[in-house]
Design a protein around this ligand. Structure first.
Ligand SMILES: [Zn+2]
Length: 229
């Protein structure tokens, strides 16, 4: 057992609680940002078509589906995804439910007594609406430069959002700023979560990116297990 912020983590296992998958499926033509190429998932060998076995090929960006952005994404000398400390996105995490249906704003964050070192997963209306299709959900709720700055000033460890980009698709400048503000202070950003099955509260989080050498980001599977409200 380990203790952070006065709460005991149970990553080492108790049999009475269940893990919940908060990652989204990786599939052909899955939702992606308009300027990024679509994921292409295909079968190199296909037992359904008479081959001896099945093997998939994947042509996919480092930002497809549920993934973690490393500081290298916008900073040439920033930490790469394979340099991520394993506990940056593993251990205690708090799910915060955001009521604002437009964006995550500092005023709303201010009500949650956010502490340095916290791993925070933000559940917005995106989780209920955004994954119904593989089309981009253009009105997704995300961070603004002001709320990114709020979290950077708090020196949180990692932030997670329930859609594929932490910043707005309607304003490239804002999108880049949100990433830069978080990344320059070393905050790891989990994008593409689906938090529809979880409520606000404390959880154990397991979320590790693939070890993409020198990479700016990495695809990940993310799961949580409830500890308390
Ligand atoms: Zn990303």
């Amino acid at each position: 057992m380990s203790e952070e912020n006065g709460i005991t983590s149970r990553l080492d296992g108790t049999p009475d609680s269940e893990w919940i998958d908060i990652s989204i499926p990786v599939r052909d033509a899955m939702v992606h940002m308009p300027k990024d190429p679509a994921a292409r998932i295909y079968r190199i060998y296909d037992a359904d078509k008479g081959d001896i076995g099945t093997m998939y090929g994947m042509d996919i960006t480092s930002h497809a589906g549920t993934h973690i952005d490393a500081p290298r994404h916008f900073f040439r000398d920033g930490k790469t995804i394979d340099e991520m400390p394993l506990d940056a996105t593993m251990g205690l995490a708090r799910v915060i439910e955001i009521n604002d249906t437009e964006s995550i704003k500092p005023e709303e964050l201010n009500a949650h007594n956010i502490q340095p070192g916290e791993r925070l997963l933000f559940k917005t209306i995106n989780s209920l609406k955004a994954y119904e299709t593989d089309e981009l959900f253009k009105d997704y709720v995300c961070f603004t430069p002001a709320s990114a700055q709020f979290l950077a000033d708090k020196r949180v460890r990692a932030v997670g959002l329930d859609y594929i980009a932490a910043g707005s698709n309607k304003n490239d400048e804002d999108l880049i700023k949100v990433h830069q503000i978080l990344e320059i202070v070393g905050i790891w950003i989990i994008e593409g979560l689906n938090l529809s099955a979880v409520q606000a509260g404390q959880y154990d989080l397991i979320c590790l990116p693939i070890k993409l050498e020198g990479g700016d980001a990495g695809l990940t599977r993310a799961i949580v297990r409830r500890i308390s409200k």
